[in-house]
Design a binder for this molecule. Structure first.
Ligand SMILES: [Mg+2]
Length: 281
């Protein structure tokens, strides 16, 4: 193979970026963190927003289902609150000790010499704390998180109670999801939000692999051109190019990531030898 041709091959791998969701993707669902998040969100809705306890479960489900996150839904139906306060309430008292260091995953990530980013709906403080617990804080080039897409919320001083859209009543009256109020919060699985995040991080979706435990995030990722890996199950479903029971199985599912790394190393090494040879000759 000619030198130029080899260089082109090195410079143009099939994939040049890996995007990893964080929660329940880089650590297992069995840590129990997500059920604590759910409990804390429900407590926030009762204690801070004054929502009746009997309505919480149905409302939370409707908001999560229709808006991607409960927070995005709460903002859409009219609640106004400080994002940082919400995040510190919901994440601040999580049992982070349940997340265990993962030296095996660390080694896997270190062996994949390709750009790696976190892509989470969570806030930066939560992402940093979870990564630190996993021992993975130096494995990623950057973190795409809540703050990447959402500027601080301006709280409007208001003398009256805010007008809240009755989403449960809307659906009980056979209203359609298309007629729901829009949310100002940008998050997965909103396709526009995901495209915006990738633009900010300078990621070409056609050359990136996206790992996430949420099927709807994976399906949205597929729609914007990402190569997709559903994590947490071995059952591949529509929208997922691969399915992994655990993130530890990356190598088995995507051997080409190692092959690319080895190919790159081989060519670079052979070129270095060639240059050294010509200097000493
Ligand atoms: Mg997740």
């Amino acid at each position: 193979m000619e030198f130029d041709e080899r260089c082109l091959k090195v410079q143009d791998p099939k994939f040049d970026c890996l995007l990893f969701d964080l929660d329940d993707t880089l650590y297992p669902l069995s840590s129990g963190i997500s059920s604590h998040v759910k409990t804390n969100i429900e407590a926030y809705m009762v204690e801070k927003l004054g929502i009746e306890e009997s309505k919480i479960e149905n409302l939370g489900n409707l908001l999560y289902k229709n808006y991607g996150t409960t927070m995005a839904g709460l903002r859409a139906i009219g609640y106004n609150f400080d994002y940082d306060e919400y995040h510190s309430f919901v994440h601040g008292r999580l049992p982070y000790d349940n997340i265990k260091p993962d030296p095996v995953l660390k080694q896997i990530l270190k062996n994949m010499r390709i750009r790696k980013l976190i892509f989470t709906n969570g806030d930066m403080i939560h992402a940093m704390r979870a990564l630190k617990r996993l021992g993975l804080e130096d494995c990623f080039e950057g973190i795409i998180c809540f703050e990447t897409l959402n500027p601080p919320c301006l709280l409007m001083p208001c003398d009256q109670a805010p007008e809240i859209f009755d989403i449960a009543g809307h659906f009980a009256g056979l209203g359609s999801a298309d007629d729901l109020p829009r949310t100002p919060v940008l998050c997965k699985p909103n396709v526009g939000a995901m495209e915006a995040a990738l633009r900010i991080a300078n990621v070409n979706p056609y050359k990136a692999i996206f790992f996430d435990d949420s099927l709807r995030n994976i399906q949205a990722g597929k729609r914007i051109g990402l190569h997709t890996v559903l994590v947490g199950t071995s059952h591949r479903v529509k929208g997922a190019d691969h399915a992994l029971e655990s993130i530890h199985n990356i190598r088995e599912a995507l051997p080409e990531l190692w092959e690319e790394a080895e190919k790159t190393e081989d060519v670079l090494y052979s070129d270095r030898v060639a240059i050294e040879t010509s200097v000493t000759a």
